[in-house]
Design a protein around this ligand. Structure first.
Ligand code: AMP
Length: 445
């Protein structure tokens, strides 16, 4: 199969040739013809599957081939994304695909001055990439009209709900024309996402390129158990031992990011950090330097690293496990992209056993454990498995009352930690914000 057989026009084919895309990925093969045919789409596709081109290519083609010229302050296609970084990244991809088309594209997001954005929108934009909050600000200040809008894309919709954007999405939804094409992309299909899809999509085609909620199988994943206070030391030890070249490291909090970066820099290691408290320009600079291999270790919170696309990133380290199990899939999606192999290592302490269990349930695998000599934890991490079992350290069996007592038969269930049990998760590890409710906001972790 080629991009030409999917029905893409010559100017797009030329751009793809320049970019070196030869064969459509599975999500592209399914999404492109459906979008060109005008269908709504509900696609379960992780980052790294080529989903951006899956929606952007047919969208650009429809804009180039159909519809009136864009008028002042109007927009004809809108791509909503959860973070500024993803907005920049998606727009950059769109810009490359649209290189040979006479279309105006632009990206708007918060954290930077709104005035240049208002100026730019004056003459209208064919395709706008936006974060929900800034889009609403622009709409409310009359810098933006939706009367010409023909297509809406919700990219990483699960993440938008996780970040508390459900109210913004509801407000945007009310402002859009009822007759439009809508495409929803999400790494995971939670019940809330299905509810959102039910409200926003019209007879959608469902595209699922990997089994539901299963992490990319091109990524070799394992954990090292360690006491919490020794994590920085273990990280430096593993880094030196493994001669790590470039690593993306995830920490849970902004303070965690700063503390680790400070520690690494103190040891003369070339490290930088990104999180929601840092100005956009500083975040972008750190990302650019990491992409250019000028920074060896980039430490990030989940939101700040969202959408980060770095070619040939071989290793992701979870310095802390994520609170929301789905974030594990997003994190390890930074490596092993577009078919290359990658590695994801998690440093896990006893406090994190329930998070580990939730991740194993979601990904339906028991993560392989490796203990590092001299770093064995004093606080043992109980065994876990993909069924959600957390096996506490067995208590000493009570002395049998009578002879021939049960002894071992009374112990807890032992689990072979090397085994992957294909179990459908039966409970949700973490409750997420309900759709279209004003839930708690956690925009900046
Ligand atoms: P995405 O899942 O959209 O974030 O894309 C992941 C990476 O795969 C990006 O770096 C894309 O440029 C690249 N990519 C997407 N589609 C193709 C393709 N058909 N052939 C080669 N690379 C691709």
């Amino acid at each position: 199969m080629t991009f030409a057989t999917l029905g893409l026009i010559e100017p797009l084919l030329r751009s793809l040739e320049t970019l070196g895309y030869q064969t459509p990925t599975p999500v592209q093969a399914q999404a492109i013809p459906a979008v060109l045919a005008g269908r709504d789409l509900m696609a379960a596709a992780q980052t790294g599957t080529g989903k951006t081109a899956g929606f952007a290519l047919p969208l650009l083609q429809l804009l180039a081939m159909e519809g009136p010229k864009v008028t002042a302050n109007s927009v004809r296609a809108l791509i909503l994304v959860p973070t500024r970084e993803l907005a920049e990244q998606v727009h950059e991809a769109v810009r490359q695909y649209a290189e040979n088309l006479p279309l105006r594209t632009y990206a708007v997001y918060g954290g930077v001055s709104i005035n240049p954005q208002m100026m730019k929108l004056r003459s209208g934009v064919d395709l706008l990439v936006a974060t929900p909050g800034r889009l609403l600000d622009l709409f409310r200040q009359n810098a933006l009209k939706f009367n010409q809008l023909q297509t809406l894309v919700l990219d990483e919709a699960d993440r938008m709900l996780d970040l508390g954007f459900s109210e913004e999405l509801a407000n945007i939804y009310r402002a859009l024309p009822k007759k439009r094409q809508t495409l929803l992309f999400s790494a995971t299909f939670s019940d809330d996402i299905r509810l959102l899809a039910g409200q926003m999509l019209n007879d959608p085609l469902t595209v699922e390129v990997s089994p539901r909620n299963v992490a990319a199988n091109t990524v070799k994943q394992w954990i090292v158990t360690v006491d919490k206070k020794r994590k920085p030391e273990l990280f430096v030890h593993l880094m030196r031992k493994g001669k790590w070249k470039q690593v993306l490291v995830f920490a849970k909090t902004r303070n965690g990011v700063d503390a680790l970066v400070e520690k690494l820099q103190g040891l003369g290691i070339n490290a930088d950090g990104i999180h929601g408290d840092k100005p956009q320009a500083t975040r972008q600079r750190a990302l650019d330097r990491f992409k250019a291999s000028e920074v060896q270790i980039l430490v990030a919170t989940d939101v700040a690293a969202r959408g980060l696309d770095i070619e040939d990133l071989a290793l992701v380290v979870n310095f802390d496990l994520p609170i929301v199990a789905e974030d594990y899939i997003h994190r390890i999606g930074r490596t092993g992209r577009a078919g290359s192999t990658g590695e994801a290592i998690s440093l896990v302490c006893a406090d994190e056993v329930n998070l580990l269990s939730a991740i194993e349930m979601l990904t339906r695998q028991t993560l392989k454990r490796q203990s590092e000599p001299d770093f064995e934890p004093e606080h043992r991490v109980p065994d876990t498995d993909a069924s959600g079992q957390v096996v506490k350290k067995p208590k000493k069996p009570k002395k049998p009352k009578a002879s021939g007592g049960g002894g071992k038969r009374n112990l807890g269930k032992w689990v072979d930690s090397g085994e992957a049990a294909p179990v459908e998760p039966s409970i949700k590890p973490v409750r997420k914000v309900p759709v279209f409710n004003t839930g708690p906001r956690k925009r900046k972790p």
